[in-house]
Design a protein around this ligand. Sequence first.
Ligand code: HEC
Ligand code: HEC
Ligand code: HEC
Length: 426
Amino acid sequence: MNSIPRKIMSAAIGGIGLAALLTFAGQETTLLIPNADAQGKKWKYFGSSTCGGGSCHAASKPEANRPANEYTTWSKKDNHAKAFNRLFEEASTEMCEELEIEDGSKDKRCTVCHSTDVPKDLQGDKYNNEDGVSCDGCHGPAEGWFKPHTKPHKYEDMLKLGMWDTRNIWRRTDVCVKCHLQIEPELVDAGHPDLSFEIFAHSRREPPHWYERQTWDGVRAWSVGQAVSLREALRKISKRIKGKKEFDTTVLAIYQAQSYTLVFKHGVAVFGGDAEKKAVKSLNAMFAAALDAEKIADGAAMAKACDAAADLMDKLGQKLAKSTDFDAAKVKAIYAALAADKALLDPDGIDEFVAEQAAGALYALYNSSKQGKGPRNNGDVETPGAIGKILVRPTVYKPEDLFDDEGTFKAGEWVKRYKAAGALVK
Ligand code: HEC
Ligand code: HEC
Ligand code: HEC
């Protein structure tokens, strides 16, 4: 419980102990639930019970173009509805003890992610912290659009009334990563699962209470998700360097970013321009040098490179979210490049986080290759066992045979399976 679970980490900074890790301030809160929209207007958050009405979002039959049982799916199958209750479990009590938090359910260091945590003046009548991640935790505060959206309406008009544009996969990933990538080392050190995000696999697991509307859902979600997740990780590195954080804090952000650059470079090779390709290549070299030397040679240069690459990734994500430039040849090319990547096939070069991203990539691209332009996420593509066997996330898939008794990732075993999954799309 008291070492950072990055495999290469212990080799790199083995000498620096728990005390050093506990010296910096709490959870970053920059990207959590926004209090105001782009125009600076504040809207109140309504609780999930506002949305649970029978024929609205808890209907027994789907409508032509939407499941119509969104509330039922969320409340019965989606872990977000349980996120607040999680804070009363034994695992939370233990974590909180270690962090000297008296009550996790009342402490921002937990509630920023495990509930829809907004200030009192933004809480509507039915707002309820115990909802966990409620409907408006992902769709935006409902005050402005609640009444209009119950009558015939245009989606675009709702966006002007404070609804977040989750149909746009670039915006959607923004919503997810604010809780799914920002975990602080001190929490991980106290036993919290380290976070890693891949939007395609995450969305399938949620499970989705929606139909996808855009074509090439798998490759679009994967590539946009990678660009946005990488952007976040890069900004985190830069922020930590500029905030003069210790190397062992910054290094965790570097590992996180690297788990994207090592995998998404194959997407960038197909979808990126020269600037993006160059940026990812030089980031990979810079990260490797810093991890090797156990220090960052030129902090200002790395921060600058990360900021510039983050902006490029943001633009790439925006572009791909609206792109019509997806086709089977591109999907297969990326799949083949990932499957043949020597770094991903080297048990000594890979940790579980890189493995998780590589697995998510094959999963998303496999789905795209079978779906093509075709139907959405209605359970239409059956995922072969070989893909299932490479999915890593311990808290979700419980792939016990991929971790030894000490919880160390068995990279050699994973690589064998990755080879088998890599052969699925030709
Ligand atoms: C940055 C957002 C964030 C913060 C802050 C956060 N969590 Fe979590 N927590 C998550 C996410 C995301 C998951 C799901 C991760 C997964 O399944 O791998 C999770 C999972 C958990 C789990 C389930 C672990 C398991 O093994 O299934 C517990 C328990 C938990 N958190 C407790 C806490 C406590 C207690 C705090 C405060 C000390 C806290 N969390 C703060 C995002 C957060
Ligand atoms: C973890 C984030 C998250 C939470 C929580 C969440 N949603 Fe969603 N929801 C999404 C995403 C992502 C989509 C897909 C994009 C879209 O259609 O906006 C979506 C889509 C929808 C749709 C459109 C369905 C379609 O196919 O047209 C409805 C309606 C909806 N959600 C209602 C709800 C309700 C009601 C709740 C609460 C009970 C809820 N959502 C909670 C993320 C979330
Ligand atoms: C306000 C914070 C928040 C937002 C926004 C959010 N999540 Fe989560 N998510 C959590 C927390 C906390 C958990 C852990 C809940 C638990 O297991 O009790 C979680 C759990 C999950 C899980 C189950 C654990 C796993 O890894 O399988 C999935 C899947 C997931 N989230 C997907 C998404 C997706 C996709 C989005 C964006 C559309 C999203 N989340 C947005 C906080 C958030």
